[in-house]
Design a protein around this ligand. Structure first.
Ligand SMILES: Nc1nc2c(ncn2[C@@H]2O[C@H](COP(=O)(O)OP(=O)(O)OP(=O)(O)O)[C@@H](O)[C@H]2O)c(=O)[nH]1
Ligand SMILES: [Mg+2]
Length: 301
């Protein structure tokens, strides 16, 4: 990527955010950037792409790479997610390992810690969700984090309340090399409009479904038409793997898809700042998670 601006006294660089699914990586990235760059849910494996979120200060630019949660690959989708994590870690200037204070540090975290110890970048640890943990539990998590012998600095934070986050940001900025900015100061993310809109729809699906359904759903935006300066028409398809999942997503009398559509339209209107007509449909696409060409087209690489 070519640097686009900046004088001789700025710092800028990339920090990859790694950690188990559901520890709060995307929530933390959104909080630091100060805008919603990644969707969030209480289901594991919400993030499927490496998302660059850009935070810019007076003389620094911190590009956070929000990564999918590290896991054992099961299909082409999760294999791509895992490969992407490894590539991004190798390319970053630093890595932030996010742990969950509420749950403590387990085998999944230790697996990632081993992966990171092999990466040629400095590692910082954030112990997240301290708002949901009492003092003894936080102390035990900080102690277990130190025993990973991976990071010079360990920060207790709450991505939800913002507690501890400014000190973490200050430290991450201090790790950045000197150099010009990569993004304009007003840009928050590197994602295409199509992906951003599809993700806002998927977020509403995740908020309303359980068990295997969240993992079986992907959203494809087929059309974005700026009909007037204040009106955008969007057509999107909710892809799923089986007829029974399709039935769940449509719901009785179409109630589920209607509720997803209303909430997604509101979220998109907030994001675009215009009125939106959203047309949603549900389609079965068997084994889409194993379909390499579709994954290419969906920008999951
Ligand atoms: N109480 C509390 N909840 C949090 C905090 N950070 C994140 N969460 C919640 O934890 C859940 C997972 O958050 P995400 O940001 O989607 O987690 P993630 O690590 O990006 O997950 P994947 O993308 O699946 O790897 C959501 O329900 C968040 O609202 C926190 O500091 N405190
Ligand atoms: Mg995420």
């Amino acid at each position: 990527m070519n640097p686009i601006s900046g004088a001789g006294h700025t710092r800028s660089g990339f920090v990859a955010i790694a950690g188990r699914p559901n520890v709060g990586k995307s929530t933390l990235a959104n909080g630091i950037v100060g805008a919603k760059v990644a969707i969030v849910s209480d289901k594991p494996q919400t993030t499927r792409r490496a998302i660059r979120g850009v935070a810019t200060g007076p003389d620094w630019q911190l590009v956070l790479v929000d990564l999918p949660g590290v896991q054992r690959p099961r299909d082409a989708l999760t294999e791509r997610m895992q490969r992407r994590v490894e590539r991004e870690l190798a390319d970053a200037d630093g890595c932030l390992l996010v742990l969950n204070a509420e749950q403590g540090i387990g085998p999944g975290d230790r697996f990632i810690a081993r992966l990171l110890s092999a990466a040629p970048v400095p590692v910082t640890i954030a112990v997240n969700k301290v708002d949901r943990s009492d003092q003894p539990r936080i102390a035990a998590s900080l102690h277990a984090a130190a025993e990973l012998e991976l990071a010079q600095e360990i920060f207790p934070v709450s991505a939800r309340t913002g507690s501890g986050v400014p000190a973490l940001v200050e430290h991450l900025v201090s790790l950045l090399p000197r150099g010009p900015f990569y993004f304009s100061a007003t840009q928050h993310s590197d994602q295409s409009e199509t992906v951003v809109l599809a993700e806002l729809v998927r977020e509403q699906v995740l908020a309303r479904t359980r068990q295997e359904v969240p993992h079986a759903v992907e959203v494809q935006v087929d059309e974005i038409e700026h009909q007037r300066p204040d009106l955008v028409r969007i057509e999107a398809v909710v892809l799923t793997e089986t007829e029974s999942q399709k039935g769940i997503l449509i719901g009785s009398g179409g109630a589920m898809i209607k509720s997803i559509g209303v909430a997604a339209r509101r979220a998109i209107e907030r994001d675009l700042g215009t009125q939106v007509h959203l047309k949603l449909s549900v389609r079965v696409r068997r084994h889409w998670r194993g379909d390499e060409r579709l994954l290419d087209r969906l920008g999951i690489e």
